[in-house]
Ligand binder design. Structure first.
Ligand code: 13P
Ligand code: ZN
Length: 268
């Protein structure tokens, strides 16, 4: 049997959680993280510790294994005490149970946002079979921006693209914005997953952000870029705007870096 603490993905997951905390994205138990595992978990674990019911039909992911932060758990503590704060489970054949292989060691369970995570994994895998990560956090500037900026998805994306030169290159697919909704529900999960069909970033107004990507680094970087743009927006929005990045310049960037910006945002 291999030791889970030696697995590269395991170390990277814990490091990522620590970085999310360090950047102030995950106060208290704010935020949650899920990683679809490629490695065969039979090499690490030989039995199921217990099963935990799932509140929706995740049968599209049956047999797949995930590493997921626990509900009520502090990101601050993940790296020091992963076994209590994180779990690894397989989705049962019926799609309605999580077969716990490791973690949640003091009787805990996966994040309350599991619907948004698993439904987003399902949606992203259809668009990109290499998608592995769904990350939710509470970055300050992104949340603040949802209090003062129109929540229209295209207008929000346009503003963010203008806030820093690299934005259109990092998220040419734009960001999708959901209105305030009750969190932890299947409903917000479904709404998030629907938006994930066309974008890797979904902003939950007055709450936080969801990002999806192939690797932990890429997903972290995606949220980091959105958050920085939101911060620049907040720093500049009450000042007279003297300069800006024009739509023509945004198009130049897209052409040069060979990305296709989401249609309908830049003036033709
Ligand atoms: P959990 O503690 O259940 O992961 O919830 C945190 C959170 O951010 C809710 O949106
Ligand atoms: Zn949250």
């Amino acid at each position: 049997m291999k030791r889970i603490y030696d697995a590269g993905f395991f170390k990277e997951f814990c490091e990522t959680a620590a970085n999310m905390y360090r950047l102030g994205w995950d106060e208290r138990n704010g935020g949650n993280l899920s990683l679809l595992l490629d490695e065969n978990m039979d090499d690490y674990f030989s039995y199921v510790i217990r099963t935990i019911p799932i509140s929706f039909d995740a049968s599209e992911l049956a047999g797949k294994c995930f590493m997921v932060t626990g509900t009520g758990r502090y990101f601050k503590n993940v790296q020091e005490h992963p076994e209590e704060n994180v779990g690894i489970f397989r989705i049962g054949k019926d799609g309605k149970t999580a077969e716990l292989l490791w973690g949640y060691s003091d009787g805990g369970r996966f994040t309350s946002e599991l619907p948004a995570h698993l439904m987003s994994h399902i949606a992203r895998l259809k668009v990109d079979p290499l998608n592995r990560v769904v990350m939710h956090s509470h970055p300050t500037s992104t949340i603040a921006m949802t209090y003062v900026h129109e929540l229209d998805t295209n207008k929000f994306t346009h503003t963010l693209w203008q806030m820093s030169t690299e934005c259109i290159v990092v998220f040419p697919d734009g960001v999708e914005v959901l209105p305030w909704m009750l969190c932890g529900t299947n409903e917000i999960g479904r709404a998030t997953a629907e938006k994930m069909q066309s974008a890797r970033v979904v902003i939950w107004s007055m709450h936080g952000i969801y990002g999806a990507g192939r690797t932990l680094d890429e997903t972290f970087g995606l949220i980091e870029t959105v958050e920085k743009a939101a911060q620049i927006y907040l720093l500049t929005s009450r000042l007279p705007r003297v300069n800006t990045i024009t739509d023509g310049e945004l198009k130049q960037l897209a052409d040069y870096f060979k990305v296709t910006p989401k249609a309908g945002i830049l003036n033709p």
